[in-house]
Design a binder for this molecule. Sequence first.
Ligand code: HEM
Length: 543
Amino acid sequence: MSVQILQLNLKNKTNVYYFRRKSVNESGYYPVAKRMALTTLMVSLFLLVISIMIWINRKSMKQKKILARIPGPKPYPLIGNALDFKSTADIIKVYIKYMKSYGDIVLASIGTTLKLLISDHEVLEALLTSTTNIEKLSDYYYLENWLGQGLITSKPTRWRKHRKILTPAFHFQILDKFVTSFERPTTIFIKKLRKYKDNKSLDIYPPMDLCTLDIVCDTVMGTTIDAQENENSDYVSAVKTMGRIICERVTSPMKQVDFLFRLTKDYQKQKAALKTLHDHTDFVIQQRRNEIFRMQQKSNNIESKSSGKSKMNFLDMILHLEVDGEPLSDEVIREEVDTIMLAGHDTTASAMSFTLYCLANHPEVQKRAVEEQIQLFGNQKNPEIQHKDLQNMTYLQMVIKESLRLYPTVPSFGRILTENFQVGGQVYPKGVDCFINVFGIHRNPKYFKDPETFNPMRFADDNTQFRFAYIPFSAGPRNCIGQRFAMLEMKYVVSSVLRHFILEPATPKEEPILCHDIVLKSKNGIKISIRERNSNLEVPSSF
Ligand code: HEM
């Protein structure tokens, strides 16, 4: 509030000086003593901010000294290299530019915070296998309104306990039971795609995103939201709103400040979206608890219900978990369920959309992938797919792996160093932010021959020489807990698309303009075209 001093008046008998101030208080006067107190407060606040900045700067100067040998772009005073990271569309370009200009380990800064951008496999091995440097960056904070302290965002102490109890839910034998849940959403997806079979250009991402949302709701919560039939439902809109707001907050300095964010319309939208999402999960948890109670009353246990080919969901498993001998509270369960919902839907949607794009643009690879389907199922377009069939899709697995190399779903992720670590004589000091440049390392010619070429056969040999140069699912103790589940789901859906449609490049052909949202996306969509196959599963000859 600006204070305008208009007039100094000697006012009352006690000879107290008053400043006259426009539109502030009824009398229009402020005592000098009050004014001085206000000034003192403001000066103190200013000094406090300056002291904090000096303290932070001293901390970063110390870190800078230790990292002096690491090259990087010249920072501007106060803002560092923040201008390079103005929007999500720039991030990937900047990562590549930095890697090409300064090498595999780059030192940059945003404000006074130092950021290391790492695409060196030795340093990544040391960092990702560490059991102590497992804390996420402050950027993950924007997820917390939705996910609370679920696995992705949790601090190390809680994370260790929860990762341990949740790991069995993703066990190989358990995953077997999820395969049945892929069937219905995939059938709807194929039906929906038929609408586009004569279009010259189809952005495959939006329908794929709805399909993966249906799959994840079925498998995580055991409920059907029918996102594909109901794309304007409150739940689907809330998921989209949250995804957009989180991304915008990561890149917009204004929206990062909670106080300023609260003044925006997006804050109100976030509030409404969170209510929809949390209410839905709470409702499902309650409903499931009641059902289990009723079943127990009938002395009917979960195991016998979910044995054989019946469906399985993560919520049922989580409801039975305990930490330190105590069952999980509904809030904690909601955080873990919401986390798996988020981590498990946008990711597979991005990965499968880019896989279909690669297949559409590489007919010889598509031909071989279809041949594998024929070997497994003959001419059947709708075989009853078992877990073991998915395991036998070895060529398709290589295709997906190669797509994930060129288009890594999570192009970068981050850790804050909670302890110093050392590789090859270089110390990486505590307190520094590390960005793992997945996109950069996957296209680094040091690790991949002809890195820009799409060649699934590079995964034919189990090449473990540069294990930490291929990290679409991260690596080490805090890697993706859902990677096996994701692979099964992706093979199920992509193989179904291949059995029903011939994939071709869009007309006009459009290269994706990559942008780094929560997951890798394309600004101009992921465009392909599709043609329905004949009743027989013929092999595409040429396009
Ligand atoms: C193509 C698909 C997927 C990719 C590429 C992927 C990739 C990743 C990556 C890179 C991380 C580490 C992120 C970080 O450190 O910040 C991660 C973590 C995680 N992912 Fe995935 N993910 C995929 C699918 C899934 C699925 C389907 C689920 C669940 C059903 C899932 C659940 C999780 C969870 C819970 C975490 C946090 C793990 C922890 O911190 O312990 N992901 N994922």
